[in-house]
Design a protein around this ligand. Structure first.
Ligand code: ATP
Ligand code: MG
Length: 355
């Protein structure tokens, strides 16, 4: 039976556990949208191999961790479908066909790819598959022909490539005119929608670490050792906040502090619902009338309110990996039906439906 609700597709790479950046960038939206949309959440384990092909056991563990985090965060397996990328063969097949629709220099121009090569220190010897992951992501998405893709800001270049693939495919194989407006592609006979991005309330949450040499505050990322995880216990949370980067010029509470580019205040602005306290404390901080420690203590309380309930729900699932695996198995079976149907339609459009 087909759901009449519009579809959502998004997901995560199993290179660690979910952190606060995922929460405000995407997961919070997913939890909110699961009533009104038919939601598919991909755990992109093949993409994890692009940077850690030598650590398969870690990737396997991370698949379980991410699925457990989804459930803990409030994603309901009765309403939403979570599944494992490598178990959906249609995605791999579509990746190959789609890779013909993107010129090689176009992939190399993708700014997220450039940022990742720099920030993850991949040097010049990153695998060919690292570039292919950006193409593969167009297949992850289009295999589900979704209406909306809720992601963080770093994904916008990938989503633009996805739109380009969809337009090109529809033009080449479905006879859609190249002057067609994005919203009209399906009505004009196209197979793939030109997807919309839905950004979270924080498009790019920064991490707890110091800026780079060029003064850039890095985004919170599983791979950059600057993340607060949804599964962190209270002690770890306290240690991370107490040790976080703030204003390096401020040596004591009576020194005037800087708000700009200061993760302490970025975090308060993002998570603290007590706007009056934040506004007043910022003033006092700039005047040297409130200490870092007091502001950090407050932040710990605020974040504990976000993470505490997630951590409590997590426990049930973390103690029952069999249940998590069963949820993934059922989700993967359901996802395979949708992706397989897309593949059949795509092959038909490409006149490669022989038997
Ligand atoms: P990795 O370091 O392995 O790339 P990551 O922390 O960047 O991991 P991803 O799995 O690449 O996480 O991203 C999953 C989703 O979460 C994407 O939609 C991404 O845009 C979003 N996201 C990740 N980090 C942040 C962040 N710091 N702020 C907002 N959104 C984020
Ligand atoms: Mg990433």
């Amino acid at each position: 039976m087909h759901s009449v609700k519009p579809r959502i597709l998004t997901g995560d790479t199993p290179t660690g556990r979910l952190h606060l950046g995922h929460w405000v960038g995407s997961v919070e939206n997913r939890v909110a949208l699961q009533d009104d949309y038919d939601c598919y959440f991909i755990i992109a384990n093949i993409h994890a191999f692009t940077t850690r092909m030598d650590r398969p056991a870690e990737i396997r563990q991370s698949v379980m961790d991410i699925a457990t985090d989804y459930l803990a965060a409030g994603i309901d397996p009765k309403r939403s479908t979570m599944f494992i990328q490598s178990e959906i063969p249609a995605i791999a097949e579509l990746t190959f066909f789609f890779s013909m629709l993107l010129p090689y220099p176009r992939v190399m121009r993708n700014p997220t790819i450039k940022d990742e090569i720099r920030d993850k220190g991949l040097g010049e010897n990153y695998p060919f598959g690292f570039l292919l992951y950006a193409v593969g992501q167009t297949a992850d998405i289009l295999a589900f022909r979704p209406e909306i893709v809720p992601v963080g800001e770093d994904q916008i270049p990938h989503l633009e490539m996805t739109r380009e693939v969809a337009r090109k495919f529809n033009q080449l194989y479905c006879g859609v005119d190249s002057h067609t407006e994005d919203k009209d592609y399906l009505a004009k006979g196209g197979l793939f929608p030109i997807v919309d991005v839905k950004l979270g309330r924080a498009k790019r949450l920064i991490g707890t670490g110091a800026p780079t040499e060029t003064g850039n505050l890095l985004k919170m990322s599983k791979s950059l050792n600057n993340a607060i995880f949804l599964s962190d216990d209270a002690d770890t949370l306290t240690k991370k906040i107490m040790g976080m980067y703030t204003d390096p010029k401020r040596l004591k509470a009576s020194d005037p502090g800087t708000i700009e580019n200061n993760p302490l205040w970025v975090f308060h602005d993002t998570f603290n619902p007590d706007l009056a306290w934040v506004a007043e404390a910022k003033e006092r901080y700039q005047q040297g009338k409130i200490g870092d420690v007091e502001c950090k203590r407050k932040l710990i309380d605020v974040l504990e309110n976000v993470i505490g309930p997630i951590r409590a729900r997590r426990e049930t699932y973390a103690n029952d990996p069999g249940q998590v695996l069963q949820i993934l198995k059922e989700g993967t079976a359901k996802a395979n039906q949708v992706a397989q149907e897309t593949l059949v339609l795509a092959k038909k459009a490409m006149r490669q439906d022989y038997f």
